[in-house]
Design a binder for this molecule. Structure first.
Ligand code: FNR
Length: 345
C-alpha cells in the first residue's frame, strides 16, 4: 500500500483554487489564518510501537447510527457555487464512504434531493443544520420541511447571527429551501435593532427542544458555561466550533475551547468538533482532546470543487487513511483507545 503523503490535501486545495472564480475562492477561504489549524498541528503525539493492532478499525456509533469513521461533512452553504452537482455530490460521497453529512439551511438544492442522494441500504439519513429564521413560525416551517425530507438529527448553529454578505450569488445559485426573511426597518443600530432582533435566544433553544424528539445539537459554543446551559436545555450533543474563524475575528481557538468544554461536560453527551481539521492526524488530535467525531469544512469543498462527488469521497478517504495510520503508530486499535495520553502540546 502506498501511504498517503503528509500534505495530502494540498493537491485538492490547489486544484480548487485553480478552478474556482476568484470571488468564490475568497468566500471559501474567508477565515483562513485564524490559527485553528496551527493549534492542532502543534500537538505532539506519543508513538507506541509493538502493539498488536490487527483488526483495528475507526467505526463508531453516534446517536444510534453506525458510522465507518468519525469524519462528518460540516454544513456548508450554497454548494452549487463550487460544483454544478452541489450538495447532492457531497451527500453521495459521504454516504459511499460510510459517513455522515449535515445539510445546511442555506443548501442550494432541495432537501429531498440531497437526502435521496445519501440514501442507500443501511445508511443513516443526513442531519439538518438549522439557522434561526427570524421567528418561531418561520423556523418551524423550515424544520418541518427538513424533517419531511427525512433528516435524522438537528443541529442549531448559534454563532453566526449577524450575516455579512461577502459574495454576490451567481444566477442559478440560491438558498432554495428558505422563505424570505424581511429585515426590520430600523432607525436605530443595524446590529442591535436590526439583525439581532432575528437571532435566537436561550428561550428559543428551549422552545426548539420541545418541537422534536430527534437528537438536537448546538453548533458554535466556545464557553464551558454555555455548554452547560445547552445540556440543561436538553441538548443531546454539542459541536464545538468557531465557524472556521469566519464570524468572530480572533475567537478562542477551536482546540482550546474543546479542551475546556470536554473538561466540563465529562462525557455526558457526545462532543463534535470542527474548525481547522486539515488531516487525519488532526482528527486524532481532536479525539485525544475529547471529541467523539469531527466535521470537515473547507477541505471537503476543495474535493468538491476539484472533482465533484469523487473528489469529496477521495478527501474523506484520505483523512480516514491518515487517521488509521496515526492510530496504528500510537498503538490504538479503535477510537476508544485514543486518550489524553496520546497527545501532548
Ligand atoms: C460554512 N459554515 C457553515 N456553518 C453552518 O452552520 N451553516 C452554514 O451554512 C455554513 N456555511 C459555510 C460556508 C462556507 C463556505 C464555509 C467555509 C463554512 C461553517 C462550517 O460548518 C464549519 O464550522 C467550518 O467550515 C469548519 O472549519 P474548517 O474545517 O473550514 O476549518
Amino acid at each position: 500500500m502506498e501511504l498517503p503523503a503528509q500534505s495530502g490535501l494540498a493537491h485538492y486545495r490547489n486544484r480548487a483554487q485553480a478552478r474556482l472564480p476568484a470571488a468564490v475562492w475568497r468566500y471559501l477561504a474567508d477565515g483562513d489564518g485564524n490559527g485553528n489549524d496551527a493549534a492542532l498541528a502543534a500537538v505532539r503525539l506519543m508513538a507506541r510501537p509493538l502493539q498488536d493492532v490487527r483488526g483495528g478499525h475507526t467505526r463508531l456509533k453516534l446517536f444510534g447510527q453506525v458510522l465507518e469513521h468519525p469524519i462528518l461533512l460540516a454544513p456548508v452553504a450554497y454548494q452549487r457555487l463550487f460544483h454544478a452537482d452541489g450538495e447532492v455530490a457531497s451527500a453521495m460521497a459521504a454516504s459511499a464512504q460510510g459517513g455522515q453529512l449535515l445539510i445546511s439551511s442555506l443548501a442550494s438544492q432541495p432537501f429531498a434531493d440531497i437526502v435521496q442522494a445519501a440514501a442507500s441500504p443501511g445508511a443513516a439519513l443526513p442531519w439538518f443544520q438549522l439557522y434561526w429564521q427570524g421567528d418561531r413560525p418561520r423556523t418551524l416551517r423550515l424544520l418541518q420541511r427538513a424533517l419531511a425530507a427525512g433528516c435524522s438529527a438537528l443541529v442549531l448553529t448559534v454563532d453566526a447571527p449577524v450575516k455579512r454578505v461577502t459574495l454576490t450569488l451567481p444566477e442559478g445559485v440560491a438558498a432554495v429551501n428558505l422563505e424570505a426573511v424581511p429585515l426590520p426597518d430600523t432607525q436605530g443600530s443595524q446590529v442591535f435593532d436590526g439583525w439581532m432582533t432575528q437571532a435566537p435566544t436561550w428561550d428559543d433553544l428551549a422552545w426548539l427542544r420541545r418541537q422534536t424528539t430527534l437528537p438536537l445539537l448546538v453548533k458554535g459554543l466556545l464557553h464551558p458555561d454555555d455548554a452547560e446551559a445547552a445540556l440543561a436545555a436538553g441538548c443531546d450533543g454539542l459541536v464545538v466550533s468557531n465557524h472556521g474563524g469566519r464570524v468572530l475575528a480572533g475567537a478562542t481557538l477551536s482546540l482550546q475551547a474543546l479542551e475546556q468544554i470536554a473538561a466540563r461536560v465529562q462525557g455526558r453527551v457526545p462532543l463534535l468538533f470542527d474548525s481547522g481539521i486539515r488531516s487525519g492526524r488532526d482528527v486524532f488530535v481532536a479525539l485525544a482532546h475529547g471529541a467523539t467525531a469531527v466535521l470537515l469544512g473547507r477541505p471537503f469543498v476543495w474535493g468538491l470543487a476539484s472533482d465533484g462527488a469523487m473528489g469529496v469521497a477521495r478527501v474523506i478517504r484520505l483523512l480516514r487513511d491518515e487517521l488509521e495510520l496515526t492510530m496504528a503508530l500510537t498503538g490504538c486499535r479503535q477510537l476508544e483507545d485514543i486518550g489524553v495520553h496520546s497527545a501532548r502540546r
